[in-house]
Design a protein around this ligand. Structure first.
Ligand SMILES: CC(=O)SCCNC(=O)CCNC(=O)[C@H](O)C(C)(C)COP(=O)(O)OP(=O)(O)OC[C@H]1O[C@@H](n2cnc3c(N)ncnc32)[C@H](O)[C@@H]1OP(=O)(O)O
Ligand SMILES: CC(C)C(=O)C(=O)O
Length: 585
């Protein structure tokens, strides 16, 4: 690669930097530039209707500073600004902002667009970096500084002439490509602009220091911010703002370190929309704060609605792995992640049940999930999805969460091998419905099979010992099984000894079933671990009658064994030949 063509970024000499020790304890001021920097980078800029949809979304989310366009760019932006002012669409606590170059005709048009606005900021920019001075403006430092000074003066004059006292008027200046501008010159231009604007008590100036093209590490951006923050005069009347782009993929870190270094305000776009690789992503920044216990002051509780609106307005999709908002970001496919998530959720639920409060109010402690998906309006349904990388914990989670079946641990191991076999064979995801179908085919389908070895004809409790009497058909031969014991498990264990095949009931578990796909209220699920002709297998029975469900759980294991291995002699085989259409295990 032609590395000789590129120069390393200049470090800042700031050995006494303080920002690494700082923590972000409150949300910065946010400015959304979706309708300006975001919009100017779209393949198809937003129509007026889409701009309005985006504006309303930003207001609903709680953004108080919204850059609504570049009114001098053309009719669409100008008319949009007019429409929200004339349509009374700007809430009292929201300030709109508009961007302009430092050219008189553009400034006049820009300020004109704001007539009648209750609160508005004009944002003026000009490039200050050496390359731009040389190539774009073809002027000296003094000439480029003068563009900013003259522009500021013109903004003030037109604001006074056009807006008068009707508008609470604010001013923002950006030395564009701040990150490529010599620090002393950036300071010189900002000071010259302030000399014109005269910030003071009740008269703030916003100085926005953009990483127009991100070329340095976030730490270098932070050094530059700290240097500016320390060096600026009238600092208490300056709102210092960062505007990072994402060319190196580190805009979020740059914004965070910029705030640690003294910035009061962050400009960005939802989901990182914007020129080239985008502006810094306001969603990630806000939810990063939430994940640290800091209120972002923005409502992200319906992240999917926010995402869908942004996708519609921008005509661009949010990546499935996009932090906090992508389709897959709360989903684990791999076994060890699933196991840990399942255990974490169970531990939280157990803590809540033991009097710890509601899960949604408790400290979030679930492995692999930085925030509770429910805090952004997601559910737990998709936190675990099954493919060939999945393990028993994940499969058990899906059965429990989607079908209310709580398999004993050893049965989880047996069933997960069956699911993994399917995932491996097919090479794609096994959906919750398919997991249920596999469970059903494996443990329940024998009841619909044309000729199961063992079927239950009826049962009753015997009068004398409180034991069990079960009428079955074993290989077509009627058999009465009787057994008694301290509980159903023992009674059934004793009863199956009367079968003409060698069956031992090793373990049994049961639970009531709630409502859910594949279930209906008032039923129970029984799981039985049986040794059939010496081989250990699980069976399951589901139904309203717990005793019948238990007997069927044993029958499920026995029939599986007889169907697959033929180690159990079915007398009907001699007459009818092998039962080839019996269900597969
Ligand atoms: C980093 C950013 O995102 S900055 C925002 C960028 N966004 C946009 O540009 C979107 C909207 N812009 C537009 O629609 C158009 O640029 C307009 C309508 C504003 C102006 O269009 P035009 O006048 O046709 O020309 P254009 O933008 O090419 O202007 C270039 C001229 O302005 C000068 N210029 C560029 N930026 C600035 C500035 N901030 N202040 C003063 N002059 C500037 C250039 O030096 C050049 O001057 P020259 O013609 O003497 O060489
Ligand atoms: C106008 C400025 C703030 C800008 O958009 C940039 O430098 O990226």
């Amino acid at each position: 690669m032609p590395a000789h063509r590129y120069r390393p970024y200049q470090a800042v000499h700031l050995p006494d930097r303080t920002w690494p020790e700082n923590r972000i304890g409150k949300a910065p001021r946010w400015l959304s530039t979706d309708l300006r920097d975001g919009n100017q980078a779209l393949i198809e800029p937003m129509s007026p209707a889409l701009k309005r949809e985006m504006f309303d979304l930003l207001v609903r989310m709680g953004y108080k500073e919204i850059e609504v366009g570049f009114p001098a760019s053309g009719e669409t932006d100008f008319d949009f600004v007019r429409s929200i002012i004339e349509g009374d669409a700007i809430p009292e606590d929201v300030t709109i902002s508009v961007l302009t170059q430092a050219r008189e005709e553009l400034i006049e048009r820009t300020v004109t667009s704001l007539r009648g606005a209750p609160r508005a900021t004009v944002h003026l920019y000009n490039a200050t970096a050496p390359l731009f001075r040389r190539v774009v403006f073809r002027g000296s430092r003094e000439q480029v500084r003068q563009i900013a000074v003259d522009g500021t003066r013109m903004v003030m004059e037109y604001a006074e002439k056009i807006l008068g006292d009707d508008t609470v008027f604010g001013y923002q200046y950006s030395p564009e490509i701040f990150t490529e501008t010599e620090l002393d010159f950036a300071l010189e231009v900002c000071e010259a602009v302030m000399d014109v604007w005269q910030p003071g008590e009740g008269r703030e100036i916003i100085l926005n220091l953009p990483a127009t093209v991100e070329r340095s590490t976030p730490s270098t951006y932070a050094d530059r911010m700290e240097w500016m923050s320390r060096s600026l005069s009238r600092r208490e009347h300056v709102c210092l703002s960062v505007h990072p782009h994402n060319d190196r993929g580190t805009a979020v870190a740059a914004a965070e370190l910029g705030v640690m270094a003294g910035a009061d305000r962050v400009e960005g776009c939802l989901f990182g929309q914007g020129e080239r690789t985008g502006n810094v992503d306001l969603v990630t920044l806000g939810l990063n704060l939430l994940s640290q216990g800091v209120d972002p002051q923005i409502d992200f509780s319906r992240i999917d609605e926010i995402r869908r609106t942004a996708e519609r307005c921008n005509r661009m999709e949010v990546h499935p792995r996009h932090p906090y908002a992508g389709d897959l970001v709360y989903t684990a496919f791999s076994g060890s992640h699933q196991d840990a998530i399942k255990k974490g959720l169970e531990a939280l639920e157990a803590k809540a049940a033991a009097g710890g409060g509601q899960v949604e109010d408790m400290e979030w402690e679930v492995p692999y999930l930085p925030i509770d998906p429910r805090d952004v309006g997601r559910t737990y349904q998709a936190v675990i999805r099954i493919n060939s990388q999945s393990g028993k914990g994940g499969i058990a989670y899906v059965l429990k969460r989607h079908h209310d079946l709580d398999l004993p641990r050893r049965m989880q191991i047996e069933f997960s091998q069956i699911v993994q076999g399917r995932a491996d064979a097919e090479g794609h995801e096994v959906t919750p419905d398919q997991v249920w179908r596999l469970f059903s085919e494996t443990y329940l389908a024998w009841r619909q099979a044309p000729r199961p070895y063992l079927t239950v004809v009826g049962h009753k409790a015997s009068d004398d010992a409180g034991g069990l009497v079960v009428e079955v058909s074993a290989g077509g031969v009627p058999v009465t099984l009787t057994g008694s014991g301290a509980d159903l498990f023992e009674a059934l264990g004793a009863a199956v000894r009367g079968l003409p095949v060698d069956v031992q009931v090793l373990d049994m578990a049961s639970h009531p079933l709630g409502e859910g796909p594949g279930t209906a209220g008032g039923r129970v699920a029984v799981y039985a671990e049986c040794a059939v002709a010496g081989k250990v297998l699980w069976g399951a029975g589901i139904g309203a009658d717990p005793v019948l469900a238990a007997v069927e759980a044993v029958a499920s294991a026995v029939n599986d064994r007889t169907v697959n291995d033929r180690t159990v002699n079915d007398p009907r085989d001699q007459e009818a030949g092998p039962a080839s259409d019996d269900p597969p295990r």
